[in-house]
Design a protein around this ligand. Structure first.
Ligand code: AMP
Ligand code: GLY
Length: 424
């Protein structure tokens, strides 16, 4: 099979690597990809949200399946576009249609969905410009900190957690009347603050059955000890030691099953990944958010642990035969540490030459923001490379990742030295 992967990050390099290892693959294309995917597949200079260019690439390269990495093309309806096109309609797309993608594209929709299907989540109410005063009054009924979420996609920046009531009221006004996050904040969800430890659980579904993929913990803050600004993710660990069988059984019963069944009941034919952001509140799972794609850098620890043929699983998703597919996961631990450009997540420079990564031993180097310049590899984004290791213990895996990082250099390279610090 010829496969097209949409996206350009570490997640997409991890998909590319896993798919090139499949017994069923002929050729893998990545649009637009990065220097890492260029080394093992063919990059195509196509923007994943430009559906006509995606179509041209699919036709020209006789693509037989499309795997969508990021949320933007899904929320914009890439899957619907394929189904509506005579030439494309029989080519499976791994990722939900627009209706399912609303689980990530609208916080208000996802909260209503959870409430309707009895899925545990924080109590909430939604407000618009017209109900600003009710929103301010609602805030007075809550105990701080206050959680304000822009309804739409806001590049991971649309959630504010504020201690002070007056400040929270002012931010609510800024979001609703001044569109602080553009149209994404024309509706704002205000919710109860949940106290606990976060983790992510990933599900692959064909709309009828599902496989629960390995869980992972992501380190979102830029600074050591989980301090400083939020990033896309500075590292990840899988499995998560506190997510034991008893906890994961609760997640499956209370969250995964009602989510897949809820989609069915609501007539949403969902074929793809569901990324469930959870808070473990005193041993009970509460959903913080859904994403309709895999996480990044979580994919860089989840896929290395999956021992089954990923394309087989994807075929199962496409033909709704997922329940008949074999699915094996190693009990080993995977860790990844993200190398980032100095300054990220604020302003940073690009175009720095990266050296030494070819010398890594015992780790997988996943490229994220990298690009080829002749035979040189240059930085081209904030998150540059994820160094993943699979080992019997988390300590061993981290030690190998960090040892390999010592060999890698680029100007102003930065990374967290304490990934997994809270799980030791
Ligand atoms: P989200 O974009 O919904 O994942 O929110 C970003 C981050 O805000 C989450 O990863 C949590 O750390 C935090 N957060 C979101 N909602 C809540 C909540 N209700 N209680 C506590 N923390 C939250
Ligand atoms: N690492 C978090 C995300 O992919 O959304």
């Amino acid at each position: 099979m010829n496969i097209l992967i949409l996206g350009s990050g570490g997640r997409e390099h991890a998909f590319t690597k896993k798919i090139t290892e499949s017994a069923k693959v002929t050729k893998v294309f990545v649009a637009p990809g990065n220097a890492g995917t260029a080394a093992i597949a063919e990059n195509l200079a196509v923007d994943p949200t430009d559906f006509e260019s995606v179509k041209a690439a699919v036709v020209a390269n006789e693509i037989q399946m499309v795997v969508v990495g990021p949320e933007a093309p899904l929320v914009a309806g890439v899957h619907d576009y394929f189904l509506a096109d005579e030439e494309l309609k029989n080519i499976p797309v791994i990722g939900p249609k627009k209706d399912g993608a609303l689980l990530e594209g609208s916080k208000d929709f996802s909260k209503q969905f959870m409430q309707k299907h009895g899925i545990p989540t924080a109590q909430y109410q939604s407000f618009t410009k017209d109900s600003l005063e009710e929103g301010k009054a609602f805030l007075t009924t809550l105990t701080p900190p206050f959680v304000l979420k822009a309804d739409g996609l806001a590049a991971g920046k649309g959630v504010l957690i504020i201690d002070d009531l007056a400040e929270a009221q002012a931010e609510l006004e800024d979001m609703l009347t001044n569109e602080k996050f553009g149209a994404a904040s024309s509706t704002v969800v205000i919710e109860e603050f949940l106290r606990g430890i976060e983790l992510s659980v990933f599900v692959l579904t064909d709309g009828k059955s599902y496989k629960v993929l390995p869980s992972a913990k992501d380190y979102k803050r830029i600074g050591e000890g989980d301090t400083g600004l939020n990033t896309g993710g500075m590292g990840a660990i899988s499995p998560v030691p506190f997510a034991d069988d008893a906890f994961l059984a609760k997640v499956e019963e209370r969250v995964v099953k009602p989510t897949v069944e809820g989609l069915q009941k609501d007539g949403i034919d969902y074929r793809g990944f569901i990324f469930i952001g959870l808070m473990n509140v005193a041993g009970d799972p509460f959903v913080i958010e859904y994403n309709v794609r895999m996480g990044d850098p979580e994919t860089e620890v989840v896929l290395p642990r999956i021992q089954s043929d990923l394309l087989e699983l994807f075929e199962g998703v496409a033909n709704q035969t997922l329940d008949s597919k074999s699915y094996e996961v190693t009990s080993q631990t995977a860790t990844t540490v993200m190398l980032v450009s100095g300054g990220y997540p604020e302003a940073y420079e690009k175009g720095k030459q990266i050296s030494g990564f070819e010398q890594a031993e015992g780790s997988i180097v996943y490229h994220a923001g990298t690009k080829l310049d002749g035979d040189k590899v240059l930085t081209s984004g904030g998150r540059v490379m994820a160094i993943t290791t699979l080992a019997d213990t988390m300590g061993e895996a981290l030690a190998t990742s960090y040892k390999n990082i010592e060999k890698i250099t680029f100007d102003k390279m930065n990374y967290r030295t304490d990934i997994g610090f809270d799980l030791q």
